[in-house]
Design a protein around this ligand. Structure first.
Ligand code: FAQ
Length: 349
């Protein structure tokens, strides 16, 4: 479902400007794409491009903040102070990613409060992956290694997305995701080098998170609704299937180092293709999870709505504080408005 877009007459192509102006805007937009330059908020852009970006960036932002829940479940039960500190830093990073992304979405003329309303009412979605439960400590490792690994594979190309504010937000996010992926790998490595029980726990987590991680990349290309248009607009640089393949090829040698088995009997290197052959995830399950029937959808949304309601006083206090400071600045500007250069810097002679 598309977000409500506040039309900003300065940045929209659809403001009642005459046809010639609109066609100049369209030509300028096409020229930017052809030159592989970034589209900025001030530039004219087709409404469909704007809507697609709002949908994708909002869904991405929602994923970051809902994605805090599965791992936060383990903060109070982390096995050591060091692991607890790392996990807390990671979960806080996800909140920061949400912040960068909501800010990027707002450059398109939408309001983050409105986007959150759409999440809470189910009109906008978040990534399917966060509807699976974290049953053991090893799941924290599997999320870091596989889920963040899949996220990086998908997000590094987004640093070259045609929309400037989204591309720039992704640069910082990817740096942090890289630390997240390494901490997951490190956590699993500690377990696989541990006792038989720890090794079994690591393997069980990988068994449960492998296919949901593959599904994160979306439906197969032939069934992707937005893929072709998003590629033409330079939003997506690679298709869902290309990125899924890249993720499998990157992950298989890492699994060997970890000493875990990828739960796919048909996984093997195909020398002719120069890639691994693998079993596709169950896309019917992906659709069910997106539509709300995953194991944790109801729990995640209930928690999110509760957190939002309980945080109302923080938002009110932050707004009141910002308003107070804006008043002070306005008063200072007003006091300075009538001054000449002579009057600045000390009492008049
Ligand atoms: N879950 O036509 P396409 C993270 C929907 S990483 C839910 O192929 P598109 C880091 C899709 O929206 C996770 N829905 O769509 C982290 C569309 O539905 P619509 C977030 C999905 O947009 C780690 C329909 O299916 N990352 O948070 C999914 O061209 C650990 C048709 O699909 C991003 O959001 C799915 N997996 O390609 C945080 C990356 N897949 O809107 C915490 C940015 C597809 O028509 C802890 N997003 N759908 O009703 C993207 O790159 C793209 O949006 C794709 C989907 C690739 C996800």
């Amino acid at each position: 479902m598309a977000a409500r877009v506040r039309t900003n007459p300065e940045i929209s192509t659809d403001t009642g400007a005459d046809a010639a102006e609109r066609s100049d805007g369209a030509a300028a937009f096409e020229a930017l794409l052809a030159a592989d330059e970034r589209v900025e908020p001030r530039d004219a852009m087709p409404d469909g491009y704007r809507r697609t970006l709002v949908r994708q960036i909002a869904q991405h932002a929602h994923s970051e903040i809902i994605g805090m829940q599965p791992e936060a479940n383990w903060i109070s039960r982390a096995p050591s102070l060091r692991r607890k500190a790392i996990l807390m830093a990671k979960v806080q990073d996800e909140a920061g990613h949400g912040l960068y992304l909501y800010a990027a979405a707002e450059t398109l003329g939408v309001d983050r409060a409105d986007l959150l309303d759409q999440l809470h009412s189910g009109r906008q979605k978040y990534s399917s992956i966060f509807n699976y439960p974290t049953l053991t400590w090893a799941d924290v490792g599997a999320i870091g290694w596989l889920v963040d690994g899949a996220a990086i594979t998908n997000q590094v190309p987004l640093c070259r997305c045609s929309y400037g504010p989204y591309a720039r937000a992704m640069v910082r996010i990817c740096k942090e995701e890289s630390f997240h992926q390494r901490q997951g790998f490190d956590l699993l490595l500690a377990l696989t080098r541990g006792t038989d029980r720890q090794r079994a726990m690591a393997q069980d987590a990988v068994d449960r998170w492998w296919y949901p991680s593959l599904a994160m990349f979306g439906p197969p290309d032939a069934e992707s609704t937005h893929g072709a248009q998003s590629a033409a607009w330079g939003i997506k640089r690679f298709s869902n299937d290309e990125l899924r393949q890249r993720f499998v090829d990157m992950t298989v040698p890492q699994a060997e180092v970890l000493g875990v088995r990828i739960p796919d009997p048909d996984l093997r290197w195909n020398a002719e293709r120069g890639h691994h052959d693998f079993t596709q995830p169950d896309y019917a399950e992906l659709l069910r999870v997106i539509k709300g029937a995953g194991p944790c959808n109801a729990q995640r949304m209930a928690h999110r709505r509760r957190a939002h309601e309980e945080g109302a006083w923080v938002r009110e206090a932050a707004s009141a504080y910002a308003e107070k400071h804006a008043d002070k600045h306005r008063a200072a500007d007003g006091a300075g408005a009538g001054r000449t250069d002579d009057s600045i810097g000390g009492p008049a002679a």
